[in-house]
Design a protein around this ligand. Structure first.
Ligand SMILES: Cc1ncc(COP(=O)(O)O)c(C=O)c1O
Length: 127
């Protein structure tokens, strides 16, 4: 179950879930956070659900407390998509430390890649 904002990255994420032999189920977003809606998640989770993939979007964390509670109750894994969440925090804890697994991105357009690129550019300019 993936938080659904249908960017190209998300479509790729859907294909990757299918490549694992699983069936991706998109869950609508919460309009306050623009991340996975715990309320919507509750309405689509079934006994066949294996994992929940909350996407922390643009450095904004998904509402992990209710998501983790639902995951625990249904005995499913939580895989945090932290591609855009380097350094982001929720209730005083870093994103990536909540789920069973977390994936970060080092791609140049993502948060961490941008920091590295900015540092490299400023060194080149100051040289
Ligand atoms: C939210 C999100 N998840 C996953 C990815 C994939 O990251 P990568 O290109 O490093 O595999 C991206 C970026 O493309 C992303 O924005």
């Amino acid at each position: 179950m993936c938080g659904a904002t249908l960017t190209i990255e998300r479509r790729r994420g859907i294909i990757e879930v299918e490549m694992c032999g699983a069936t991706p189920v998109l869950v609508d977003i919460d309009l306050d956070t623009y991340t996975l809606s715990p309320h919507r998640l509750e309405t689509v989770i079934t006994s066949r659900t294996k994992a929940i993939i909350p996407v922390h979007l643009y450095g904004h964390p998904a509402d992990m407390e209710p998501i983790l509670e639902i995951a625990r109750r249904h005995h499913v894994f939580v895989i945090e998509d932290c591609a855009q969440a380097h350094g982001a925090m929720y209730q005083g804890k870093r994103m990536g430390s909540f789920g069973d697994l977390a994936a970060f991105s080092f791609y140049p357009t993502k948060n961490l890649g941008q920091l590295v690129m900015e540092e490299l550019l400023s060194q080149m300019i100051l040289r």
